[in-house]
Design a protein. Sequence first.
Length: 72
Amino acid sequence: MAEKSPTTVSEAGRKGGMTVLQKHGHAHFKKIGVKGQAAMRMKYPGKASDWGKLGGRPKKLPLNKIMGEDGN
């Protein structure tokens, strides 16, 4: 029998998301998206408009920017 390669985190997330989609449907994702946005607006009042004008919520800096270009 051929050995299976280990599942990556990305593959596991995709598989879990597809399972949830099949079980609960598209409306479920829409509902949790609305809840997430409401929670974000409560946590950061008045910032959503500012972030939207800038192109979205600020992203974390990449590791090479934090640690330096050579990674040390």
